[in-house]
Design a protein around this ligand. Structure first.
Ligand code: TYM
Length: 336
């Protein structure tokens, strides 16, 4: 039996942080062997908010290099750049004309980001989830490993697929494959270091709120030293009154590869003064090999380009086939 397909992506905006790593990329690495895996750098999504044209290309290289540095293995996975496969834009247009406007207006991330943009909010920001649906549906993805914040976009993707299939397919020959979200039990929602009730995010104006994958040991140490904690002695998971405690213990659990039981036993009698240096050391040790590999890959531009060229070739084959299927179902005059 052939392997199921996985597709996911990260935007080349700003630095990747522990949320992106623990909520998404690390899980990709864990499952990649069991699937036919496609991971893209979603650079078309990156311009849905104002962007810097001088850094976009370099940021795209950086994310691709980080995928490899985190352990994405080309033996199992394909890495490519979204804008290199033009089918993404084309399927987005077709899906736009099938997606009701009010489905998009309901999206939480749109509402949150639109507030920040004020009058400058672009049509692209509203349309962001349709482009994401196109990314997923083009590859007939069975599973989409993402963080918790993407759940609503996955539901929308499924709704769009149902609508296309109902309107243009038959029960026996659906046009689009129905994808399932894959959301990890731990790490699906890494919280800010300065406020345990809000998500760790690239767009938080405070650098102190997040640990980036490329942060120096000094910077990691400073951020953890100053991160928000509480006055309670003894560290425990799952106390709703202690969101920061739960978040920092979860980071320790994931970065040390220990089980919840082990961390509970180890930390239940600790104070913050003992725990913070432990978390600092663990974080620095976990990120060191990723950082070393990242700088090595970034130094070899020819290699990185060859990875993305080959990725594009593989991605295009799958994507163009789906695009033709959709255009046929919609009744377009085929090429001749
Ligand atoms: P982006 O770049 O915002 O986030 C990339 C991935 O990181 C996860 N993530 C988090 N996980 C846990 N805790 C956090 N604090 C945290 N912050 C971010 C996100 O859930 C995501 O998995 N729309 C997507 C990109 C995208 C995509 C796709 C994903 C475009 N097309 C197709 C999957 C399939 C996004 O927001 O990326």
């Amino acid at each position: 039996m052939s392997k199921q397909r996985v597709l996911s992506g990260v935007q080349p905006t700003g630095n990747l942080h522990l949320g992106n790593y623990l909520g998404a990329i690390r899980n990709w690495v864990e499952i990649q062997q069991d699937y036919d895996s496609f991971f893209c750098v979603v650079d078309l999504h990156a311009i849905t908010v104002p962007h810097n044209p001088k850094t976009l290309a370099e940021d795209t290289y950086k994310i691709a290099a980080l995928y490899l540095a985190c352990g994405i293995d080309l033996q199992y996975s394909t890495i490519f750049v979204q804008s290199h496969v033009t089918a993404h834009s084309e399927l987005t247009w077709l899906l736009n004309c099938i997606t009701p406007l009010n489905w998009l207006e309901r999206m939480i991330q749109f509402k949150e980001k639109a507030v920040k943009q004020g009058e400058n909010v672009s049509v692209g920001l509203l349309d962001y989830p349709v482009l994401m649906a196109a990314d997923i549906l083009l590859y007939n993805a069975d599973k989409v490993p993402v963080g918790e914040d993407q759940k609503q976009h996955l539901e929308l993707t499924r709704d769009i697929a149902v609508r296309v299939n109902d309107k243009f397919g038959t029960k026996k020959t659906p046009v689009l494959k129905m994808p399932d979200p894959m959301i990890a039990k731990e790490g699906a929602r890494v919280m800010s270091l300065t406020d345990g009730t809000s998500k760790m995010s690239k767009s938080d104006p405070s650098e102190m709120s997040r640990i980036n994958l490329l942060d120096t040991p000094d910077s990691i140490s400073k951020k953890i030293k100053r991160c928000k904690t509480d006055l309670v002695k003894g560290l425990t998971f799952d106390d709703s009154e202690r969101p920061e405690c739960n978040n920092l213990l979860t980071l320790y659990l994931l970065l040390s590869n220990k089980t919840k039981e082990e961390v509970t036993a180890e930390c239940q009698d600790m104070g913050w003064g003992q725990f913070k240096p432990l978390l600092t050391e663990t974080t620095i040790t976990a990120l060191k090999p990723i950082q070393d590999k990242y700088y090595e890959i970034m130094d070899d531009r020819g290699y990185l380009q060859s990875v993305l060229r080959e990725g594009r070739r593989k991605a295009e084959t799958v994507a163009n086939e789906t695009l033709s299927r959709v255009k046929n179902a919609l009744g377009y005059l085929p090429l001749f």
